[in-house]
Design a protein around this ligand. Sequence first.
Ligand code: AR6
Length: 350
Amino acid sequence: MPFEIVRNDITKMKVDAIVNAANKSLLGGGGVDGAIHQAAGPELLAECRTLGGCETGEAKITHGYRLPARYVIHTVGPVWHGGHNGEREKLASCYRNALDLALSHGCETIAFPLISAGAYGYPKDQAMSVAIDEIGKFLFDHDMMVYLVVFGPAEFAVGRKLFRDVQEYIDDVYAAVHVMKNVERTRETLWKQDEEAALRLDKEISKDIRVGAMFSSEALPRSAPPDWERMLKQTDEGFSETLMRLIDEKGMTDAQCYKKANVDRKLFSKIRSNPAYKPSKPTVFAFAVALELSLPETKKMLNRAGFALSHSSKFDIILEYFIKNRSYNIYEINEVLFHYDMPLLGSAAN
Ligand code: AR6
């Protein structure tokens, strides 16, 4: 898969290149820079001495020496001065220049730390969104496996509006499911003891049940949109066939679709050439996001692959949140999934 957020020590990454968040001297320091120099050995410092330093936002490449990575790409992130001193643009240019350098050296895999998010004081959530934006833009035009390596706990996400909204949605769905379960339980007990009281309760709660049903994964829109109707008719289509047809209908190219789905070309070819291909649930969701399907369409797509949307799964609820809000940025979705320790969309394990 082209982009993955992982929790790891970057010096352990077995990739073609790891990126170092260095300083302008390129002669080592603390944080990730110190860890990389320590793991690579003194030969790295010797080569760095020949480079003549590096300006903020630019990048230089060396060998990886004792690291599992073949190359180290050194870049210098901006120091955070409150956000009004061109920090964002400079940080974006670190990612762009490092990726260009990796490309020109034939790298197929690369791992980034969260540049500037340590000693240089860039707020971690904002540093992460710059990283995700720039990597996303690059991957739209190029094929590379990019890892964003996050070190330590991910509590920095808490407090951001998106994360608060998703958490509220999860809480609402859980609460609705809980209310429905309680109502069912009370009804069952009453039916056994007092049928009239049970009937009265049924009347009283019928409104609440309707409200609850809005949250239910089984709720369908009153008038089905045309795409949905057409999909329903083609009942014997498998997942692969449905996917290919939808790509055509949406006027997308294959590459546009698998890139937007964060799925690599090899997996896509496999799905294309095998009508009986059985994808994982995250892969189905990845394509639903890429195709910008509505919630009913997504459910149908899941059915084609033998899955259903479930309100007892946090993963499903998170996806439902994004799809309902027609928010189809897969990297943003993955950032939230990562925060909840859930499988990411389009990940290699699928
Ligand atoms: N693997 C992955 N990420 C790491 C690791 C690791 N082994 N160690 C730290 N991080 P920083 P900066 C994360 O301070 O803010 C140096 O002294 C860390 O949690 O390393 O760009 C340089 O020489 C944080 O999220 O880099 C410069 O003087 C991120 O890496 C200055 O620090 C970046 O933190 C550069 O500061």
